[in-house]
Design a protein around this ligand. Structure first.
Ligand code: GLY
Ligand code: MN
Ligand code: MN
Length: 515
């Protein structure tokens, strides 16, 4: 404990007598005896663990959930487990801080274990007895403060994974450390990674720095391989995950409907971007776990700042509102959807011109979403349409045509107006599978079960003197969540209007329905 922590805990500790302890531990009804039902995610999570087991035979694999992060003093951020942990356990929302999933090699490829060749063991902090100090006196973990946690029996019943107390993890991870290869998802939890490193430190005889350093580097590289494998494992979604994504999209649709209904109020109040953020956030929190990323509520010129999450601006009649927002459901799967809405209900001619160009680019990108195509084909298809419009508008430099700007080495002038990529994988992370290799991701083949965004845009800053004056101060992005199917794709967010006409009709319908 640092001296500051010591001072803090001395300031805050509550004196207790033996009499008080006995009093606080007594007079409670017995705990409920029933066990929770097995989650619907459990069999799917078991299949994912089986794939990991097959890829790393005979190795001990450590996948931490991560720990609570201090926001200030004794106040923590809401906990969110690491995505690999959530994927392999099926646990979502705020569960379970400090837990660690270990795939322990059984040396039995026939498999008595949870998966052939490995037993899945979840080390976690189970419910403490009412006779413990923790029960009433621990503001971080205690039942008085954060509610009752599951028991080991509860979690075993819920997940179909063996449960152990987290206090047993340090010994378990070091067991036979010299004889078994151990890998850890390092970035998930520095404390768990340190315990793995400590176990490994005992493995080598040498303390010579020049010998130890390369050994440590090789082990960290082995850890990175595990992280990359687990990131790539999420690329093709199973049916359970696809259903979760459908729910995330449905909640997001409701949130956008509510924002449209409240647009006049957002204009009237001033600081309307914050109003929109709050309205969407209410629905995100009500439907699911919350927003999957900070909502981008960008009116007028703010839409040209790609990650505008300050959301401090007014929303004015005549502006476009770019709303990029997604509901994350309790399993942590998130939608990622953008609509660009005319605040007054109708686009101006210039706004419609930009909008139609982006819509055409998006259609081209979606048409490229089919098995056999490469991921990078989506961007290539969409950006060509963007470049064609920029050429038609006379915005490319003198002597630069569509082919010239698309040239990767010497062109790319169109990036002045659309600097970002058109697509990314989507799932538990909004930018899912980010540790997959270039061959697996950018150059990877699209396969049924993958979910990607298609999100071209055009951004004309208010001070862009190369842009036509009527374009300036307008940014448009349209983003949908696309499931690759056997014979093409399904737009999971197809129920949310997209064309300029359909968007105007959507706004008109909601305003007329809600008076
Ligand atoms: N909302 C972040 C993105 O569209 O990638
Ligand atoms: Mn996106
Ligand atoms: Mn987005």
């Amino acid at each position: 404990m640092s001296s500051e922590e010591q001072k803090k805990s001395a300031n805050r500790s509550r004196p207790t007598t033996d009499e008080f302890r006995a009093f606080v531990a007594s007079g409670w009804a017995p705990r409920p005896t029933g066990l929770p039902e097995r989650t619907t995610a459990a069999p799917y999570a078991a299949e994912r663990r089986a794939a990991v087991s097959a890829a790393f035979p005979g190795e001990r694999l450590v996948i931490p959930a991560g720990g609570l992060k201090v926001r200030s003093n004794d106040t923590d951020y809401v906990f969110r487990p690491h995505s690999a942990f959530a994927h392999l356990t099926g646990l979502g929302s705020d569960r379970e801080p400090d837990a660690v999933l270990v795939l322990e090699p059984t040396g039995d490829a026939g498999g008595d274990g949870d998966v052939p060749g490995h037993e899945a063991i979840l080390y976690f902090r189970p419910l403490a007895g009412r006779d413990t100090d923790e029960f009433f006196n621990d503001s971080r973990y205690g039942e008085f403060w954060v509610g009752a946690r599951p028991t080991i029996d509860d979690l075993e019943a819920e997940l179909g994974i063996s449960g152990r107390h987290i206090d047993e993890f340090a010994d378990a991870v070091g067991k036979d450390a010299g004889a078994v290869t151990v890998r850890v998802v390092r970035e998930a939890d520095a404390a768990a990674a340190a315990l793995v490193d400590k176990a490994r430190a005992g493995q080598g005889e040498s303390t010579d720095h020049s010998e130890v350093e390369p050994r440590v580097e090789a082990m960290h590289q082995a850890d990175d391989e595990l992280s990359a494998f687990l990131s790539h494992l999420r690329m093709v979604k199973d049916e359970w995950e696809i259903d979760e994504m459908r729910s995330a999209v449905e909640g997001t649709h409701r949130g956008f409907d509510a924002v449209i209904a409240d647009l006049p109020e957002a204009v009237r109040r001033g600081r309307g971007e914050r109003w929109v953020e709050g309205v969407f956030g209410l629905h995100a929190r009500h439907h699911g776990n919350g927003v999957g990323y900070d909502s981008i509520c960008a009116s007028g010129d703010h839409a040209n700042t790609l990650h505008w999450i300050k959301n401090t601006g007014d929303i004015r009649e005549g502006d476009l509102l770019l709303l990029d927002a997604g509901v994350e459901v309790d399993s942590l799967f998130t939608a990622d959807i953008t609509r660009t809405l005319p605040v007054s209900g109708t686009f101006t001619e210039a706004q419609r011109g930009i909008y139609d160009a982006v819509h055409a680019a998006q259609e081209a990108g979606i048409a490229a979403c089919k098995p056999g195509n490469r991921f990078s084909d989506i961007h290539a298809a969409a950006i060509r349409v963007i470049a064609e419009h920029l050429e038609q508008w006379g915005l490319l430099p003198e002597g630069v045509d569509v082919e010239a700007t698309l040239d990767k080495e010497h062109g790319q002038y169109h990036r002045r107006w659309m600097v970002h990529g058109t697509s990314h994988h989507l799932g538990i992370d909004v930018h899912d599978c980010a540790l997959a290799t270039r061959e697996q991701y950018m150059d990877g083949e699209l396969k049924p079960g993958m979910i990607v965004t298609v999100e071209p845009g055009l951004y004309f800053k208010a001070d862009d003197l190369l842009a036509p004056p009527e374009f300036r101060g307008n940014g448009v992005r349209i983003e949908d969540d696309i499931l690759i199917t056997e014979d093409g794709c399904e737009n999971l967010s197809a129920a949310m209007p997209r064309s300029a006409d359909d968007v105007e009709a959507w706004i008109a319908r909601i305003w007329s329905e809600r008076g």
